[in-house]
Design a protein around this ligand. Structure first.
Ligand code: F6P
Length: 484
């Protein structure tokens, strides 16, 4: 079996510092533990040290590198999270751009490729993840790597018009086209990318998701990320009986219904718009006073990025406004927690919640929506309210689908969810559960790797053929040429 080499910015290595890889780690960990392989990325540390730290956990070897303070600032904070994140979420108004940051981003991608190169061996299959590493496929090819290279984008891909607002984006599209397989969360994302490849790189769209670029074939595919639904359901049931959920339940006096939101504190998650929807509900339906509690867990994230600092202030201000306007001496309508909770604890809260509120302004997939469904008691399930702009809406169409920009629509949906009778709740939940119950994160990972191997099956990997220079950039002639 070919060794799988995963490259991602965050790595769930046992000793990695700082925030863990979140959704990405959840999606990949099962595959890596089962199949084994090498997982390469940032250690989570900021230091001037240039070396690669190796460690092992079960069948997985981790190789991590530190970022310097300047790299962390320019590559991670500025370009990845201040430019690419809003750009790819179609929110250019939140975006800043500085050519120096784009250069630093590229330099980190190249440094990662340099550090990885000596660790590669013949027969490896390389899988690159996410928006931090858009330049990586071309950086690998420029170093002579001819192994199968797949890339998966966990977040959305915007329309070519929006993409064009970042000068560097054309080069990054070309860099991605050095992959053999490009995976996206939805058809819409894959389609936007194909269109950009046509406009920017003169690609031709072939049948069945192939792109023809400079005489090469690049496969595009849609691979919606999944959770482990049965595992999550079991964790939610256990946790529902645990002390943490019991304490939450006891705090909901007189059978108040719980509305729950669980997000990273991020401008794409639509938290302010969600509060506006809740506020509209309280303004227009007095009957809910004292009868509901909205618990929003908004784990602080990327706190060096100005847009995230502004968001935190705005959310805290608006949460305060809502509580001071609508609270009673014996009732607080909104509870806001700006810290992450343990996954198992949150699973229990999800099972307790009558309404799961997942209303991002734009989201690649949103695994919280799938987790909320998995956490429900089939006999007495809650109702998912889901943004039409989350990738998960493609699969979870039986949720109450809302436009998060419309507070009245959100208030109507909340009212409908809170008053929905048991048969309708069960029917909607059943349809959503049927859509996710047989999939798994492991299956997702396996299907990507299988598609990557299929996409490269007829390509001569040991031929020594030089990649086409127009695709692989100026460093195509690197010394230390490595054929895998
Ligand atoms: O795909 C989105 C993502 O980058 C994931 O990789 C990660 O789980 C999440 O965002 C958290 O972001 P950060 O690594 O910036 O803390």
């Amino acid at each position: 079996m070919n060794r799988l080499v995963v490259i991602s910015n965050r790595v769930p290595a046992p000793s990695a510092a700082g925030a863990q890889a979140g959704g990405l780690a959840v999606a990949l960990e099962a595959l890596m533990q089962q199949r084994g392989g090498l997982w390469f990325g940032w250690s989570g540390r900021i230091s001037p040290a240039a070396g690669v730290r190796m460690m092992e956990d079960g069948a997985v070897r981790f190789a991590t590198v530190d970022l310097t303070a300047d790299e962390h600032d320019r590559y991670y904070n500025e370009f990845s999270n201040g430019t690419l994140w809003p750009l790819l979420h179609s929110m250019p108004e939140l975006m800043s751009f500085d050519r120096r940051n784009a250069q630093a981003y590229r330099a980190v991608n190249e440094r990662f490729a340099d550090s990885l190169l000596p660790l590669l061996r013949p027969g490896d299959v390389i899988w690159v993840h996410d928006y931090h590493l858009l330049a990586m496929p071309a950086a690998l090819r420029a170093r002579g790597v001819v192994a199968p290279v797949g890339f998966f984008l966990h977040i959305p891909f915007p329309s070519p018009d929006i993409l064009a607002s970042v000068p560097e984006s054309a080069a990054l599209v070309r860099d991605l086209l050095a992959s053999d397989l490009l995976g996206f969360q939805t058809e819409n994302d894959a389609d936007n990318f194909a269109e950009a490849a046509v406009r920017i790189a003169g690609a031709e769209r072939g049948p069945n998701g192939w792109l023809l670029v400079d005489g090469r074939r690049v496969r595009l595919g849609v691979f919606p990320v999944e959770i482990e639904p049965q595992e999550f359901a079991a964790a939610a049931e256990d946790s529902w009986y645990a002390a943490t959920t019991e304490r939450l339940r006891r705090s909901l006096h007189h059978g108040q219904l719980l509305i729950l939101g669980v997000d990273r504190m991020d401008p794409t998650k639509g938290l302010l718009q969600r509060l506006a929807g809740y506020r509209r509900l309280l303004e227009t339906r007095e009957q809910w006073s004292r009868r509901i509690t909205f618990l929003q867990i908004a784990a602080e994230s990327r706190k060096d990025v100005p847009a995230y600092q502004d968001l935190r202030e705005a959310i805290e201000r608006e949460a305060g406004n809502i509580n001071s306007l609508f609270a009673e001496a014996d009732w607080t309508p909104l509870r806001l927690i700006a810290r992450a909770g343990a996954r198992s604890t949150i699973a229990g809260y999800m099972r307790e919640a009558r309404v799961g509120l997942v209303t991002p302004l734009r989201d690649g997939m949103n695994l919280v929506a799938k987790e909320y469904i998995a956490a429900q008691d089939p006999q007495d399930p809650g109702v998912l309210i889901l943004s039409r702009f989350a990738g998960a809406a493609v699969q979870l169409g039986s949720a109450l689908i809302v436009n998060p920009y419309d507070p009245d629509e959100m208030a109507d949906a909340l009212d409908a969810a809170l008053t929905m009778g048991l048969p309708e709740r069960q029917a909607r939940w059943r349809e959503a559960w049927d859509a996710i119950k047989d999939a798994s994160a492991l299956g997702w990972g396996r299907s990507f790797v299988a598609a990557l191997l299929r996409a490269t099956a007829k390509r001569p990997l040991h031929s020594g053929a030089e990649p086409a220079p127009s695709l692989y950039g100026a460093r195509g002639e690197t010394g230390g040429m490595r054929l895998l």
